[in-house]
Design a protein around this ligand. Structure first.
Ligand SMILES: Nc1ncnc2c1ncn2[C@@H]1O[C@H](COP(=O)(O)OP(=O)(O)OP(=O)(O)O)[C@@H](O)[C@H]1O
Ligand SMILES: [Mg+2]
Length: 317
């Protein structure tokens, strides 16, 4: 079960290369001013909390999540549980940032702690504890393993990450970790929220910003997980690349000397003389073939990204 079929790799190589380049760019750049960094972390914390909880079914909007977290406001008509979920997730994030130190290695204890923080005051009976009975996932094409095997599989998974026998790059590693984790389904509840934290420990430890899976992509996310259950990691890896690219771009655009000018593809096509039309550029964006990212329902890219792609194609011919 630990051998990963990497047939998706060819199709994603351009994406991987670009993401590692962007990471290097960030690491090379002057460190962001402390205020800017703090602000950025705050904004991402709200987005991360909103999106992860919303995927799970929490009905607080982004704005409401912000009010609960930053202003301590209670939202009329929303349950206590939903408020707790927002605040708990924020606490778990604080803990996650606290864990990240040079040389940090992912371990079972820290994952249990994150789970405990996610479910504290909500499901105190099993917050921070592995499940001891069977579970089902609605809409999934498999049944998670028997409770007796959970603890062993959980340890195997951590070991899988540490040994990384197939030499997966860190994006692949985080993706496969995410999938195997929800496949094992170590907890009665809170698996999704916990793994979306834990996989980012892997990415952030390697110098990436957090990959935030967007609420809007929920359907794609579940489809990608179902495909991964059948051993095909293409869609899940692509989704992870897209999530990562979005965060990388947010950081890059905050750099003092940044000149990237991302625009909606429809505007770009209108304003610039381009060889390709809107449809084709959108396709390239969705496939990860050009430097692009999604904001709400729209894909954003730059003129340079399209020109780069054209240059590369010419060179290959
Ligand atoms: N078809 C599937 N195959 C594998 N894993 C799946 C599938 N569908 C959903 N999942 C995973 O299971 C998680 C749901 O598990 P659980 O309810 O324990 O977590 P949660 O944090 O309460 O909710 P959510 O994960 O929806 O945020 C999903 O987030 C997803 O990661
Ligand atoms: Mg749940």
């Amino acid at each position: 079960m630990w051998d990963v079929g990497v047939t998706y790799r060819k199709k994603l190589q351009t994406s991987f290369d670009r993401l590692f380049e962007k990471k290097a760019l960030l690491q090379k750049a002057r460190p962001l001013p402390a205020v800017a960094l703090r602000k950025m972390r705050e904004v991402l914390a709200i987005e991360w909390t909103y999106n992860s909880n919303s995927i799970e079914g929490n009905t607080l909007s982004l704005r409401e999540t912000q009010m609960v977290l930053q202003e301590g406001i209670t939202i009329k008509g929303k349950s206590l549980r939903e408020h707790f979920e927002a605040k708990n997730h924020e606490k778990a994030l604080e803990h996650l940032y606290h864990l990240l130190k040079p040389g940090y290695e992912l371990n079972a204890r820290d994952i249990l702690k994150l789970h405990e923080l996610v479910l504290r005051s909500i499901e105190d009976d099993y917050a921070g504890r592995l499940r001891n009975a069977g579970v089902r996932i609605a809409g999934a094409n498999f049944v998670p393993p028997n409770a007796q095997n959970v603890s062993g599989l959980f340890d195997d998974l951590i070991n899988f990450v540490h040994t990384n026998k197939q030499n997966l790059n860190v994006i692949e590693l985080a993706t496969v970790f995410h999938h195997k984790f929800v496949w094992i389904h170590p907890f009665f509840d809170g698996n999704g929220r916990t793994v979306r934290l834990a996989m980012n420990l892997i990415l952030m430890q390697a110098g990436f910003p957090p990959a935030i899976i967007l609420r809007n992509d929920r359907k794609k996310y579940y489809e990608a997980l179902n495909l991964a259950n059948k051993g095909n990691y293409f869609k899940l890896c692509l989704l992870m690349c897209q999530a990562l690219e979005r965060s990388l771009n947010i950081y890059i655009q905050a750099l003092p000397d940044n000149d990237a000018n991302y625009r909606e593809i429809s505007n770009l096509v209108e304003e610039e003389q381009l060889v390709y039309g809107q449809e084709y550029i959108s396709l390239l964006a969705r496939q990860g073939k050009i430097d692009a990212y999604k904001e709400g329902r729209n894909w954003l890219t730059t003129k340079a990204a399209i020109e780069d792609y054209m240059q590369n194609r010419k060179r290959k011919r």
